[in-house]
Design a protein around this ligand. Structure first.
Ligand SMILES: Nc1nc2c(c(=O)[nH]1)N[C@H]1C(S)=C(S)[C@@H](COP(=O)(O)O)O[C@H]1N2
Ligand SMILES: [Mo]
Length: 369
């Protein structure tokens, strides 16, 4: 199959694929990255997780337009050719769906790390900073929010603080050195470093500058966080620091006592990962893990930790601290603030410490510890 030239594919011996979470129909779907099979911290484009509210539109880039209007001096339509004439930036950032782990609030539910954490992926994104386009159209002084709209059947829309848009938002057309994949928003998507996944509007067709949030479906009926006191928190933008051990993880089997290199991923929507600690006794003692590359802002990093397993039951955990000093909470600490899932509980933004139980026979399972 492999030949000279053309568009390459991976080895016939490499078979890992995304796992599609069962949903009522194919138009609203989640497919999760096989984090347990990955090396390094970047995600191959073909394994980047997918979250679609209304399927994947087929968009011809030669006719696609981005309309920028509202509180601006010169409303304008930009073609893809127009956008590519501006200087670009290239940055590695993770995207995490705020629903990542939503099954795990009450009891350990999904069996593998692909299920518990696979709505997380990292790509290198290339595109035009929104700040460049803002200078081009001229912002009114009373502009404070930007509505971003996708051209899929769901017409996904979110309100974004203008300050954030000007700080680091990218109108991205590139992913890992080539055009963004259709699943990721071809030909144009918004990248909002560190903000919850649903705000990174795919198939981006419209940006409207306003003086207040637009109160769309995704920020009133969806994507609010019901707190323990019964009040809902709106606009939880930043994804807090989080980490997970990917080896060993759920459904794996260790062949016997001896040396293992525990490894996993850590990330924070607020900046760089500062350090990662690992525990093999359910959080009683913590040891610093080794970071396998230089931390980049709002990007995953791989960590590792040498472990001599004595063959007795163990509970493995990792804990991320980011550059703001924030420490990833335990599930109990998080639930104390947020309440538990159910009629008065939480769905989104589960960033608690994950526990993997290792049995005496080497079997690894998802546990709450
Ligand atoms: N237009 C549009 N943008 C969208 C979505 C969508 O359904 N339509 N899904 C959002 C959600 S909920 C997430 S988590 C991310 C997922 O990005 P990915 O599919 O590239 O991983 O895209 C966001 N952007
Ligand atoms: Mo999402």
């Amino acid at each position: 199959m492999a030949g000279d030239g053309g568009y390459g594919s991976r080895s016939q011996f490499e078979a890992e694929v995304r796992w599609r979470f069962p949903t009522a129909n194919e138009y609203s779907s989640w497919s999760m990255t096989p984090l347990d099979k990955m090396v390094g911290n970047l995600t191959a484009s073909g394994l980047h997780f997918e979250r679609h509210h209304g399927g994947i539109p087929t968009i011809d880039p030669s006719t696609h337009m981005l309309f920028v209007h509202g509180k601006v001096d010169a409303p304008r339509k930009f073609s893809m050719v127009d956008l590519k004439r501006f200087p670009s930036v290239t940055r590695k950032h993770f995207i995490e769906c705020s629903g990542n782990g939503l099954t795990e609030w009450n009891k350990p539910t999904l069996k593998t790390v692909q299920g518990t954490h696979g709505l997380l992926s990292t790509s290198e994104w290339t595109g035009v900073p929104f700040a460049t386009i803002a200078r081009e159209v001229g912002l009114h002084e009373d502009g404070a929010w930007v509505l971003a709209e996708g051209s899929d059947a769901a017409v996904m829309t979110r309100s974004i603080p203008l300050q954030k848009m000007l700080k680091d938002a990218i109108l991205a057309y590139g992913q890992n050195g080539e055009a963004i994949r259709p699943e990721q928003g071809y030909p144009l998507r918004l990248i909002l470093p560190g903000y919850e996944g649903n705000m990174h509007i795919k198939w981006l067709r419209r940006l409207e500058v306003g003086d207040q949030p637009f109160m769309t479906r995704e920020e009133t009926s969806k994507y609010t966080d019901l707190l323990a006191n019964g009040k809902a928190r709106q606009f939880t933008f930043e994804m807090e620091a989080k980490s997970v051990i990917t080896f060993p993880s759920g459904e794996m089997k260790l062949p016997g006592a001896g040396f293992y290199s525990i490894t996993g991923l850590a990330w924070s929507g607020r900046g760089r990962v500062q350090s990662v600690d690992v525990s093999t006794d359910a959080g009683k003692t913590w040891y610093p893990a080794h970071l396998e590359s230089v931390p980049e802002p709002i990007c995953t990093i791989r960590f590792s930790f040498p472990w001599a397993w004595d063959g007795t039951p163990a509970v493995l955990q990792s804990r991320c601290t980011d550059e703001t000093g924030y420490i990833q909470p335990t599930l109990a600490q998080l639930i104390a603030i947020r309440g538990s899932n159910g009629p008065f509980g939480s769905i989104y933004h589960l960033n608690a410490i994950q526990s993997w139980g290792v049995d005496a026979d080497g079997g690894v399972t998802n546990v709450h510890a």
